[in-house]
Design a protein around this ligand. Structure first.
Ligand SMILES: Nc1ncnc2c1ncn2[C@@H]1O[C@H](COP(=O)(O)OP(=O)(O)O)[C@@H](O)[C@H]1O
Ligand SMILES: [Mg+2]
Length: 476
């Protein structure tokens, strides 16, 4: 099994996060228990050491005069089932009186009659605790020092026993906590059940926002993301619905016209009226074809998902100049002077060539459509600090200023639009501009005549300076 096969698990994640600190806590609590137990063991054992020293002192007093401890007293002192206790009774003048080990003199010497004094010593490499006291006996000039000592083994032994007794309990507690976490996760995740149900019970078309009141706060970032996705889907669906309705409407009108003309021709089989009907049929079907093409272009331009835009550096100067050149024959046929003003290449923007060309097609179509006989159409391009400005203007009647804000609405045609059209061209231009982070503005053309449409796009790099003016403008 590779890592990719097992899905991530909250439970496993939580346990792995918890297990190391838990083990550390266990070890830490062990160390603390041991230290505490040792502290209390020391207190107890020290106390009995002091009592031992006092007992020797009492016995020594009762045996006073004899230089030695009686055998009974020795047995009493030395007898210890667990660990040996050592003692030493020493006169400062006469030396050692009785001992079972050569214990060192306490430092400093305790004053005679004071309560026993405790200290830690090292004897023959072993650490020990020693309780000592000093007494004056028959000879007031002499001091007898009584010491009692034992090794630390028993204290450590006791602390170890306490540790061994308690650490399984602590371990058990830790295991209980981990088990609780294991089950707690399942219980906690039940909080998500209402959300799951909410989503499961939705109808496919229901893209309204989720009811966040039921959602645990930790999950809200996720549900908000889902809501944002829903919103985008909703937008896309609405767009598609409107588009389908528009398309149907757009095609129904010419289809009805076609049918009417066919009926006319059938009803009146005279060649001239059939001919007339066929001319209408030709015009209607051309219009329907154009409308279908524009609907497709609009559909392409309004795809919602903008992340997958295939953008690249597009030389707008080259594109615009070449396109203006292509349309010269159409312009000539309509007796229109079509020209291009701007550099022949080197005005680069970031964008989609096909779409930018589509925008140009629609603008030049309109200009040629409305410029009128003997009019002029100028495609121009120039560069500012940060923008590239593409303008198409004509010398036709233009559009009254009050309608400028509505140009670019789908199917909007100012009242009295005389030429054939669907009102989609400028909508396509607007969508393409949006996708290129460009703006579309309307203005009057030269001498206050005609319409000037300006597309302002962010420039990519200044590769070449503007060179030449109207260098490719074959005038008709
Ligand atoms: N250059 C222009 N001169 C005059 N009117 C124009 C021009 N361009 C567009 N219009 C007006 O704007 C309307 C919408 O244009 P457009 O969206 O291209 O649709 P269509 O050309 O199919 O009618 C046109 O019907 C026309 O009335
Ligand atoms: Mg048009």
């Amino acid at each position: 099994m590779t890592r990719h096969d097992t899905p991530p698990s909250l439970r496993r994640r939580l346990l792995t996060i918890l297990i190391v600190p838990m083990v550390l806590a266990w070890l830490g609590s062990g160390a603390m228990i041991y230290a505490l137990a040792l502290y209390y063991a020391n207190m107890n054992y020290d106390r009995s050491l002091v009592e031992g020293a006092l007992m020797i002192e009492r016995m020594a007093r009762s045996e006073a005069g004899h230089e030695e401890l009686s055998p009974q007293a020795r047995i009493l002192i030395e007898y210890d089932s667990d660990s040996p206790t050592y003692y030493a009774v020493r006169s400062l003048h006469h030396g050692m009186l009785a001992s079972n080990l050569d214990l060192p003199l306490p430092a400093p010497l305790p004053p005679p009659g004071a309560s026993p004094q405790l200290e830690s010593i090292v004897l023959h490499g072993r650490k020990m605790r020693m309780a000592s006291l000093a007494v004056t006996q028959d000879d007031p000039a002499d001091t007898v020092v009584i010491s009692m000592a034992e090794s630390l083994d028993q204290r450590h032994e006791l602390a170890r026993e306490i540790l061994i007794g308690t650490s399984p309990v602590v371990l058990l507690l830790i295991i209980v906590v981990l088990v609780l976490v294991w089950f707690g996760v399942s219980r906690g995740l039940r909080l998500l059940d209402p959300l799951t149900q909410q989503i499961a019970q939705r109808r496919a078309r229901d893209l309204s926002a989720l009811d966040q009141s039921q959602v645990p706060v930790e999950i809200r970032p996720l549900t908000r993301t889902i809501d944002a996705l829903f919103a985008r889907l909703r937008e896309l669906l609405e767009l598609q619905e409107r588009f389908i309705a528009d398309a149907a409407h757009q095609l129904r009108t010419p289809l009805a016209g076609l049918r009417l003309q066919a009926e006319r021709a059938l009803a009146d089989p005279r060649p001239e009226s059939v001919r007339d009907a066929l001319a209408h049929v030709e015009r209607l079907s051309a219009g329907a074809g154009r409308a279908a093409g524009q609907l497709l272009a609009l559909a392409r331009a309004q795809t919602v998902d903008e992340q997958d835009d295939a953008t690249s550096a597009v030389d707008l100067a080259r594109l615009a100049r070449a396109y203006a050149g292509e349309r010269v024959p159409d312009a000539l046929a309509a007796r229109i002077d079509l020209g291009y003003e701007g550099p022949s290449e080197g005005l680069v923007v970031n964008g989609d060539t096909v779409m930018l060309r589509e925008a140009l097609v629609n603008l030049v179509d309109n200009a040629l459509n409305y410029a009128g006989r003997n009019g002029t159409v100028t495609v121009s391009l120039h560069r500012d600090e940060r923008t590239v400005e593409l303008a198409v203007e004509d010398s036709g009647p233009g559009v009254p200023e009050e309608f400028w804000p509505r140009l670019g609405e789908r199917f909007f045609r100012p009242p009295g639009s005389r030429r054939e059209g669907s009102g989609l061209g400028l909508a396509i231009v607007r969508r393409i501009a949006e996708r290129h982070r460009a703006t579309v503005t309307y203005d009057r053309g030269r001498d206050g005549r005609g319409l000037r449409v300006v597309l302002r796009l962010p420039a990519l790099v200044a590769e070449n300076q503007e060179r030449g003016n109207r260098d490719s403008g074959p005038r008709s």
